[in-house]
Design a protein around this ligand. Structure first.
Ligand code: ATP
Length: 326
């Protein structure tokens, strides 16, 4: 075991449900191992601006079930500059903080890795983003909750869609990835899914929609925000152009997908990942990120993170279509 006096934990990038459960696990694991724990306010900004909060056992009580992040999160353009990163390191030194745990996405890992190499500071990353677009883990923290939120919203939209025999274009988040859209479409019984990884056959879609409308059938179409045609509004504009939009409505789910109490899976993964991150540091490891693969917690080289594309389960697409032929 390596001697570590204090660690700091921060949340960075977009918030994701389960970040709090992860902060709790990091802090409690550190305390268990006799290490002091600091929370950094608002991601890398807090490192530069010297905004730290000492976290004791009770400071992380009653947060496992809360969405968002009690530490605050942010994008921090200043962290791209070495001069600012130097300030951050001086602030860490002043508090005798020996290591850093970063809960965030791919971009946050890049920044942390650069920082680690510049100042020889041990760091461990924990993937948290609703997009689940990071290689090296089957699940990122927040993905499962976001999927549950989408499914719940689609169920409600379906009530009005079926009552009025309407077609709903439901836009979901996911950045440049269709993972969220594909999984949500399969699990919500959607008739079609638009995702950035595919060049959509718009003519086929149009034919399918014409058949549905002629049969007075309601439909749910999931559209990823990063789709090549644009989002749901752009698909709507295409249909309007074809005189097909009378019975079509758009629902952009937006930021509600990032909120809410984390699901069982997100709380569990957040807890396992947080504890493992502290263990890795104590074992003298650095520049790793924690993940889950085949139900086992694993650690991978943080410099080898890549965006998952295309999603692993592209075969879901065939099933979605097979089950929506009538
Ligand atoms: P999300 O998946 O929610 O977008 P993310 O961690 O990928 O999360 P980014 O906005 O890409 O979010 O990155 C978060 C922060 O990480 C940036 O605002 C910046 O402070 C830091 N960062 C990213 N890339 C670098 C880099 N090359 N050098 C230094 N810092 C970086």
């Amino acid at each position: 075991m390596v001697k570590i006096q204090n660690i700091a934990v921060l949340t960075s990038g977009g918030d994701a449900p389960g970040m709090n459960a992860c902060v709790r696990a990091v802090v409690r694991a550190a305390i268990y191992h006799g290490i002091g724990a600091y929370g950094v306010i608002d991601g890398f900004n807090g490192l530069i601006k010297n905004q730290f909060k000492k976290l004791d056992y009770h400071d992380v009580s009653n947060i496992i079930q809360r969405g968002g992040t009690i530490l605050g999160t942010a994008r921090c353009p200043d962290f791209l500059h070495k001069k600012e990163r130097k300030k951050a390191f001086i602030n860490l030194q002043a508090l005798k903080i020996d290591a850093l745990i970063i809960i965030g996405g791919d971009g946050s890992f890049k920044g942390a890795s650069i920082f680690s190499h510049e100042f020889d500071l041990p760091i461990i990353g924990i993937p948290a983003t609703i997009d689940n677009d990071i290689t090296g883990t089957d699940y990122t923290i927040g993905f499962d909750t976001a999927l549950n939120t989408i499914i719940d919203a689609v169920d409600k939209i379906r009530d009005t869609a079926s009552s009025h025999h309407r077609v709903f274009l439901v836009e979901v988040m996911g950045n440049n990835s269709g993972i969220l859209a594909l999984n949500a479409a399969a699990a919500s019984g959607a008739e079609e899914v638009f995702m950035p990884e595919r060049n959509e056959d718009l003519q086929k879609f149009e034919e399918k929609l014409r058949r549905a409308l002629a049969a007075n059938k309601s439909s749910i179409i999931i559209v990823a925000e990063g789709d090549q045609i644009g989002g749901a509004k752009e698909v709507f504009a295409y249909l309007k152009d074809k005189n097909l939009s009378d019975k079509v409505r758009v629902a952009v789910l937006g930021h509600m997908q990032r909120g809410g109490s984390p699901s069982f899976l997100d709380r569990l993964n957040a807890t396992l990942f947080g504890e493992q991150a502290v263990v890795e540091l104590l074992q003298g490891n650095t520049n790793l990120y924690i993940g889950m693969h085949n139900n086992k917690v694993i650690a991978s080289d943080i410099n080898h993170t890549q965006v998952k594309s295309p999603p692993k389960n592209m075969d879901y697409l065939k099933i979605i279509r097979k089950l929506s032929v009538y």
